[in-house]
Design a protein around this ligand. Structure first.
Ligand SMILES: Nc1ncnc2c1ncn2[C@@H]1O[C@H](COP(=O)(O)OP(=O)(O)O)[C@@H](O)[C@H]1O
Ligand SMILES: [Mg+2]
Length: 212
């Protein structure tokens, strides 16, 4: 990705008070991907506590690749990512970072609440009250009404609406209380109303959100 390809990379909200994490990425450079001529070249920046940073670029400009690097899922040739000046480790990524990918992947026969309970079982320590955590997130994201609705698959099983599914994707990542939340096109495919429904919940969380 050439610097000219990044149309905008701006914090769009003032810092929220509760967050204490600063994420820095410095000189991120990837190898050429899979024989393709594409690579990220020297991407640097930082996100202050509570800020939301939006990364925008045309399709194929490298937004997903960049998020994958921050999430530790894509090899780099150079550069580093740090949280509060500590180089980010695998363990920090697992416990302090959430990554909402572009495609929502769920079991269609589970209800929204079952999906979250299942995620909580996989990702939370048994010492944490998982049921309480799940119900708190359902409440905060305004998902009470559809908590017992099956997720569905948009083909033969009727289920959650697009906006509800997107909020469920966000909820599954918020379950671990991450300090940083990466989101890959969380609002694509949503109508303006669904977009607003999702976005109004963001300021409840003292996290960084990337909205490519
Ligand atoms: N694993 C891969 N192997 C080969 N090429 C890849 C791979 N991942 C991404 N690319 C290429 O890298 C470029 C950037 O992709 P991506 O980061 O998905 O862009 P965006 O999210 O901005 O649409 C594209 O040209 C894509 O085809
Ligand atoms: Mg993408």
């Amino acid at each position: 990705m050439e610097p000219k390809d990044i149309h905008c990379c701006l914090p769009i909200l003032p810092p929220l008070l509760d967050s204490k994490c600063t994420l820095r990425f410095n000189n991120i450079t990837t190898p050429h991907l899979g024989g393709n001529s594409f690579k990220l070249s020297s991407i640097s920046g930082q996100v202050e506590p509570g800020q939301i940073l939006a990364v925008m670029g045309s399709t194929g400009s490298g937004k997903t690749t960049f998020l994958s690097v921050l999430a530790g899922r894509c090899k780099t040739e150079n550069g580093f990512v740090s949280l509060n000046n500590c180089p980010i480790s695998k363990h920090m990524r697992r416990t302090q970072m959430g990554y909402v990918q572009q495609q929502d992947l769920f079991f269609p026969y589970l209800t929204l609440r079952e999906t979250l309970l299942y995620t909580a079982k996989l990702r939370l320590s048994p010492k944490i009250d998982r049921v309480d955590q799940v119900d708190t997130i359902i409440n905060t994201l305004g998902l009470e009404k559809c908590k017992n609705t099956r997720v569905g698959d948009d083909i033969s099983i009727r289920g959650l609406s697009g906006g509800e599914k997107k909020r469920l994707s966000v909820a599954t990542e918020l379950i671990t209380n991450p300090a940083v939340l990466l989101m890959d096109e969380p609002t694509s495919g949503l109508s303006t109303i669904l977009f607003c429904q999702l976005i109004i919940y963001f300021p409840h969380f003292p996290y960084f959100l990337f909205l490519p």
